[in-house]
Design a protein around this ligand. Structure first.
Ligand SMILES: [Fe+2]
Ligand SMILES: [Fe+2]
Length: 324
């Protein structure tokens, strides 16, 4: 375990604050040993740990289909994708640990239901086409959100995002390809694909968070160069990416009002149902309780692995001491 880094330099040190401001202004990276304002550290711990939890909880909706994938090839691809998400969670937990929180603390917050994770994973996956819609829409939205995070001012976070984004683009392509195959299939398969797109489209737009005028923390995160684009800017970019891809697929995006407004250079959409977003966020989504219970069970069932690993490490260390 590393010592908390927060006390290395007193937080009221004006010189340290000025050095921090300079690093931010010059687009340099803040590293774990640099002084940083307590609020910057707290914001990053919250954001990175929520992001890590999202990757880990996000394994469940697709994990649901590993044993029922339609072919060996699909099974192998899906397993690789779900394993990637586990890896993303691990990079991000490690990045958060450099800020002085322990992995145990973060796990405890998650399984006690005190931590947030992306609401999108609280929706069920009743059909195989959901694997396509998740890859195309959910991983697609994740890419739009995460590519700018590769330049986040906190070094360990930005560097973790570089690798994550490379893997996300594979996830998006495999989802697109699942939908494309279904759309070239029987009428029942096409209907299944369209139904999945209908269910995932709106929740994927909600992944960018509330509209800019209702997003109170965005300004500070932008000033700290953690966030580079506003929620609405990213949502617009995502829609612009989806529209031509939906055409290639032959699916309809379920918004009759969706159209490009040339004079304003933006996509017009129907009103997003933010009541649903807040309900799911508050823990009242269709799968919130199941997702958390599964995570809690996995943690408890894995206790013996953690104990065995700790015991093994203890024995190895004792052996090294003996030899020395
Ligand atoms: Fe991921
Ligand atoms: Fe992904």
């Amino acid at each position: 375990m590393t010592a908390p880094l927060r006390d290395i330099v007193p937080p009221d040190d004006a010189e340290a604050q000025a050095a921090f401001d300079d690093l931010i202004a010059s687009d340099s990276r803040i590293e774990p040993r640099d002084w940083m304002p307590a609020a910057y550290r707290k914001t990053l711990i919250r954001q990175i740990s929520q992001h890590a939890h999202s990757e880990i909880i996000g394994m469940q909706p697709e994990g649901n289909w590993i044993s029922r994938a339609p072919s060996l090839k699909r099974k192998a691809i899906l397993m690789a994708k779900v394993q990637d998400e586990a890896g993303h969670g691990l990079y991000l937990y490690s990045a958060a640990q450099t800020l002085g929180i322990t992995r145990d603390e973060m796990t405890e917050q998650l399984i006690a239901g005190r931590a947030r994770y992306s609401s999108i994973f609280n929706y069920p996956t009743p059909s195989w086409a959901d694997m396509g819609a998740i890859g195309w829409l959910v991983d697609g939205a994740a890419i739009c959100n995460q590519v700018p995070l590769c330049r986040a001012s906190y070094g360990p976070y930005g560097r973790a995002m570089v690798r994550i984004c490379k893997e996300e683009s594979f996830h998006q392509r495999q989802g697109f390809e699942i939908l494309l195959t279904l759309m070239q299939g029987t009428p029942a398969q096409r209907e299944m694909a369209q139904d999945a797109v209908n269910r995932w489209y709106w929740p994927s737009l909600m992944m960018f968070g509330p509209p800019d005028d209702a997003s109170p923390n965005s300004a500070q995160s932008t000033a700290w160069k953690i966030k580079r684009f506003s929620n609405d800017e990213l949502r617009q970019r995502f829609i612009g990416m989806l529209v031509p891809q939906a055409e290639v697929l032959g699916v309809t995006l379920p918004d009759p009002e969706l159209r490009w407004i040339e004079e304003e250079q933006r996509w017009h959409t129907s009103e997003i149902d933010w009541t649903e977003f807040h309900e799911v966020l508050a823990g009242r989504g269709p799968m919130n309780a199941v997702r958390l219970q599964n995570r809690r069970d996995a943690h408890e069932n894995g206790a013996w692995v953690r104990e065995a690993a700790a015991e093994y490490a203890r024995k190895q260390a004792a052996r090294v001491r003996e030899v020395a």
